[in-house]
Each structure stands twice: as structure tokens, then as C-alpha cells.
Design a protein around this ligand. Structure first.
Ligand code: NAP
Ligand code: ZN
Length: 330
């Protein structure tokens, strides 16, 4: 049995429980969790915002820790290794997406159980779904790279962020601040679109050269906007900020459907897209990229008894810039 924080029903609180972990198979590793980031997706999932949550649920999908046991067939990791894991803890391995190395778009229904998450002392995962944590990346500050980081890395790479590309990141929270750091390190010209003037200084410290309140941002200015906004957004003003052929990518996942004005899509041949986390290969590349560019998250480490207010703090955008649970306090 391991200590964990569990949600028993939609909208219910995080409760301290003891749960069994599945028996490790020959290709599994056991990871003693050190830190687990609190992502806004945990808030959505705990409330069943997206309609597919099952309970009881042990959340936490930005995990770092140390391997404490390995199955007989494990070759990728050894006891004592520092590893990291994200949202992607299983995939079917046979559908076209999995075979193409895009496991995050698995259509074979290969997901992990709802209670497999990292707000817990220990997790059991297949060796392929745990990544070696490069030396130099701090266990606590690297945990958010495994969801916030890889989500932004995947989108920035997919849509060609690099020198000469004008990128705007909407929403300066967990995803947003890592998006700024990553895009700046890729050489892109990065701006932040925020509701909060108070965040301008931080945005510039993370590498942004532009900062705008959404209401008065310049039109036709960006090649790529990645929205990390977690709540209902009016897409019309954001689409108008794109230059001809620009793309608005939705990473943030508001609950209510949004209405899309077709005019700006037509007149500027603009595109609207979505993106989901990143593949295992992208996660590996992202960790190496972050190690090379000394990028980690700006974190506030919290104890288990502070988790009760964590979701409300995310709702209020009262985090700078990622809360990370120290699992030793469970
Ligand atoms: P977060 O730390 O809470 O940041 C969200 C940011 O959105 C806030 O800092 C705030 O930025 C802005 N915001 C919040 N409420 C808003 C409102 N009512 N109106 C306008 N802006 C608002 O959340 P996160 O962990 O970065 O996650 C962001 C979103 O991405 C969530 O919906 C999450 O589920 C989703 N997500 C998606 C993926 C994926 O694979 N697509 C992966 C991870 C997370 P400002 O104060 O700067 O305006
Ligand atoms: Zn997440």
C-alpha cells in the first residue's frame, strides 16, 4: 500500500488515502516519486470538466523520482536512476499513431488507470514511459517539464518556432511561462498576451520581448499564437492578431464550447488548431533541450496539507508559476 491523494467523486476534495499499486511486470519499473507538479488539467479532471473522468482518481502527471525496483526484462533503467514521467503512461502500441511515434494521439484506447498518478509515494510504469532525467535538471523544477514543458515544446516544434518566427503565448501560467522560455531558446521572437499587467516583468525575464494585454494587442502581428488560457476565451480578438497564414493553436482546454468567427479565418487564410501533450520522442528531445539550455520551471514547492487549496489557486491564477507537491510530506 502507498500513500496518495485521491479524488473520490467529481468535484470532491483531495483526500489522503492508502492504495495498492499494481504488481510490477517484467517490463515495469517502480518509481519512488519525489515531486509532482499540479497542472490545470488536474483541476479539469478532478471536476470531470471533460466528461470522461472515472473515480477514485489519483491525479498528478508531472512526475520526477528515483527508480526503486526494475522487472527482469528492464534494460532502460536501473535502481537508483533519476527518471521523469508525464501524462503518457500507456498506449496501445499498435494503432497508426503509436506506430508513427505519436503515442499521445493513440486511437487504440490504451490509457492508464485513473488512479495511476503521481500525487502518491510510488508509481509502477512500463519502462518505455519513464524517461531518464538528464544530469543538471533539478528534480523539483524539472517535474513540470513533463506536461507543461512537453506540451509547449511539441506545439512550438510542430508549428516551426525558430529564428524570424513571431510567436505569442497567451496566458502566463504553468504552460505559458515554459512556452516563453522554450520559444526564446529556439530563437523565436516571443511575446506574451496576458490579462495581468503585473506579469510583464516576469514575461520579459522568461525571454519575451513583447508583452500585451489581450484587449490592446497589435493586429496582424504574429505567425503563431499558442493559447494556454484555461477558461472561456473569445477567439475573435486572438485570431485578429495573426498575420496572413498564421495559426492559433489551442493548448488550453476550456470547458465550454467556443464560437469561432469565420471571417478572420477566411480573410487572412488563418488556421485554428489544437495540440495534445507530446510524444515520448518529443519528451526525450525536450528534456535534452532543457538540459542544454538550462530551462526548468519556476516552482513553488508545497506540502501535502497545502494541496487542499492548490486547485483554487490555479483557478485564481495565483501561482508563480507552478505548484509542485513534495511527496515526502504525504
Ligand atoms: P495555469 O497555470 O492556471 O495558467 C492558465 C493561465 O490562463 C493563467 O495563468 C492566466 O494567465 C490565464 N487565464 C486563467 N483564467 C483565465 C480567464 N478566465 N480568462 C483569461 N485568461 C485566463 O494553467 P496551466 O497548467 O498552464 O494549463 C492551462 C490550460 O492548458 C488548462 O486548460 C489545461 O488543462 C491545459 N493543458 C492542456 C494540455 C494539452 O495537451 N493541450 C496540457 C496541459 C494543460 P494570465 O493571468 O497571464 O492571463
Ligand atoms: Zn498537464
Amino acid at each position: 500500500m502507498v500513500k496518495a491523494l485521491s479524488v473520490a467523486r467529481a468535484g470532491g476534495p483531495l483526500e489522503a488515502v492508502r492504495i495498492p499499486r499494481r504488481e510490477p511486470g517484467p517490463a515495469d519499473i517502480v518509481v519512488d516519486v519525489a515531486y509532482a507538479g499540479v497542472c490545470h488539467s488536474d483541476v479539469h479532471l478532478a471536476r470531470n470538466d471533460w466528461g470522461y473522468s472515472t473515480y477514485p482518481m489519483v491525479l498528478g502527471h508531472e512526475v520526477t523520482g528515483v527508480v526503486s525496483a526494475v522487472g527482469a526484462e528492464v534494460t532502460a533503467h536501473a535502481v537508483g536512476d533519476r527518471v521523469a514521467a508525464g501524462m503518457l503512461l500507456a498506449s496501445c502500441g499498435t494503432c497508426p499513431s503509436c506506430r508513427a511515434g505519436r503515442e499521445q494521439y493513440c486511437t487504440g484506447g490504451g490509457g492508464a488507470p485513473a488512479d495511476a498518478g503521481g500525487f502518491s509515494e510510488r508509481i509502477v510504469i512500463g519502462q518505455d514511459f519513464a524517461l531518464s532525467l538528464p544530469a543538471g535538471l533539478d528534480l523539483a523544477a524539472a517535474a513540470p517539464l513533463m506536461c507543461a514543458g512537453v506540451t509547449m515544446f511539441s506545439a512550438l516544434r510542430e508549428w516551426g518556432a525558430g529564428p524570424g518566427v513571431r510567436v505569442a503565448i497567451a496566458g502566463l501560467g504553468g504552460l505559458g511561462h515554459l512556452g516563453v522560455r522554450l520559444a526564446a531558446a529556439m530563437g523565436a521572437r516571443v511575446s506574451v498576451l496576458s490579462r495581468s499587467p503585473a506579469r510583464e516583468q516576469d514575461a520579459r525575464r522568461f525571454g519575451a520581448t513583447g508583452f500585451h494585454l489581450l484587449a490592446d494587442a497589435p493586429a496582424n502581428e504574429f505567425d503563431l499564437i499558442i493559447s494556454t488560457v484555461s477558461a472561456v476565451t473569445d477567439l475573435a480578438p486572438m485570431l485578429a492578431l495573426l498575420d496572413v497564414d498564421g495559426t492559433l493553436v489551442m493548448a488550453g482546454a476550456p470547458v465550454t464550447p467556443l464560437s469561432v468567427p469565420v471571417g478572420p479565418l477566411i480573410t487572412g487564410r488563418r488556421r485554428l488548431a489544437g495540440t495534445s501533450i507530446g510524444s515520448l520522442r518529443e519528451a526525450r528531445e525536450m528534456l535534452d533541450f532543457c538540459a542544454a539550455h538550462t530551462i526548468t520551471a519556476e516552482v513553488e514547492i508545497i506540502e501535502a496539507d497545502q494541496m487542499g487549496t492548490a486547485f483554487a489557486r490555479l483557478d485564481a491564477a495565483d501561482t508563480r508559476y507552478r505548484l509542485v507537491l513534495d511527496t515526502a510530506t504525504l
